[in-house]
Design a binder for this molecule. Sequence first.
Ligand SMILES: NC(=O)C1=CN([C@@H]2O[C@H](COP(=O)(O)OP(=O)(O)OC[C@H]3O[C@@H](n4cnc5c(N)ncnc54)[C@H](OP(=O)(O)O)[C@@H]3O)[C@@H](O)[C@H]2O)C=CC1
Ligand SMILES: O=C1O[C@H](COP(=O)(O)O)[C@@H](O)[C@H](O)[C@H]1O
Length: 489
Amino acid sequence: MIFGATGDLAVRKLFPSLYRLFQKGKLDKFAVIGVARRPLTTEEFQNSVKDSVITALGKKEKIDEFISHFYYQSHDVADSSSYQNLKNLAQQIDDKYELEGNRIFYLAMAPEFFGPIALHLKSDGLTDVTGYKRLVIEKPFGHDLESAKVLNNQIRKAFSESEVYRIDHYLGKEMVRNIEVIRFANAIFEPLWNNRYISNIQITSSETLGVEERGRYYETSGALRDMVQNHMMQMVALLAMEPPIKLTTDEIRSEKVRVFRSLRMIKGDKINKYFVRGQYGAGLVEDQQVPEYRAEPMVDNESNTETFVAGKIMIDNFRWAGVPFYIRTGKRMTTKSTKIVVQFKDIPMNLYYQPEKLLNPNLLVIHIQPEEGITLHLNAKKAGGHLNAQEVKLSFANTGIHAMNTPEGYEKLLYDCMRGDATNFTHWDEVAYSWAFVDNISEVWEKTKAEDYPNYESGTMGPKAADELLEKDGFFWWPVNALDVDICK
Ligand SMILES: NC(=O)C1=CN([C@@H]2O[C@H](COP(=O)(O)OP(=O)(O)OC[C@H]3O[C@@H](n4cnc5c(N)ncnc54)[C@H](OP(=O)(O)O)[C@@H]3O)[C@@H](O)[C@H]2O)C=CC1
Ligand SMILES: O=C1O[C@H](COP(=O)(O)O)[C@@H](O)[C@H](O)[C@H]1O
């Protein structure tokens, strides 16, 4: 059952993803009940599913067979009789498709509905099933730790922790999933993956898009809650975790939680030493003139909301003591790119020192999007010349998927949920620790108005202070554009 089946997420991501699973033969016995307020017939709903698939994928094979599995119910989320009707419909469909009482409830709706729907599902008997019941919850999971706890308590009255699948769509991205494999399946990386050999790690997730039509939501969120609390912190955890003893959901999650527990809690007047906030002004993005954030629809013209965050995260454990993890994310930046750069320490003595050219540090670049792959930056002798070292790059590129926020991420996550694999969904403990970390920052930023907003021009890589954050540690942001060169080909 998809609650919010006429909304943007369902139309752009969920239906195309389900279709791809269907085409690959991964959906055998299945039916989907779409639920939303507006009155639609099942036929109208099926046609909207068909349109969404064709728009997203341009494909039509077996589309009529696919949409014949879709049903619609107009629903009032606060009214028990709506749930009674839904229960009856679900029961009929269950019998027709022999679904063995297995149910997934996907809440693709505004977050204020998550708790009430979960409670109704239980009180109105939709969770009384003979098979499995699973609840998929979209972001944002709360607004801060307190509200997340309230939401979690409501949900947990109807579903156990193992039945709750909290979506973080970055965990559906191919190369985010690859981080563990790159780390734990390669003898050349794991021995070096610590503070003896790594000088710093940089994670950039930049967007060219502005806030678009989401001003109302974004004004209450900002980049810190929208991107850092979830996607950026998840990437930090995957990069920093210890090898799990087994590749099971519980073992992996518990290693990630240990990273969150080791985060250095930055508070009060230290916040602005470790974190930089920014808000975009007008500027040129991909040759288009774009307005400042404060002129966007549904945005306060004196807004204090950050559209950019850079930060230095320290993990105080044996492996990572002293190694900064720099994160940077923002809207209306130069380029759309998510990249991780692992910078290794310099070798103790440079035999190939040339006064006019320093030896390049070794870098491992993990390209998350739009290109997918890895590049290893090494030094090697220039062919034919003297013993002069020059930079060479070893690259691997995934040939498959190249679009951003593609349905493929959702496709993988939906499939995981059907199989009951919650590894790439966030456990409550991860959510809670991550909110506790981020709340310290938002508390300070909400109390103090940023007098310099807007402090970065659209089409740039953020405010100058974000560069200074690294410069004072003797580092600089590796330019994400320049790192693309080889792998794009
Ligand atoms: N869109 C995206 O790309 C992403 C979205 N998300 C999250 O997914 C969730 C949904 O987002 P999105 O699809 O963009 O939102 P939309 O506003 O586009 O869709 C909301 C859906 O909820 C339904 N709805 C609203 N109020 C009610 C109600 N009282 N009773 C029943 N149905 C109702 C709407 O249908 P109707 O008007 O017919 O009632 C519609 O189907 C949000 O939590 C969002 O944060 C997360 C990541 C990305
Ligand atoms: O969760 C979100 O992510 C998108 C960025 O996702 P990506 O897959 O395109 O990198 C961001 O635009 C949005 O504001 C945020 O809610």
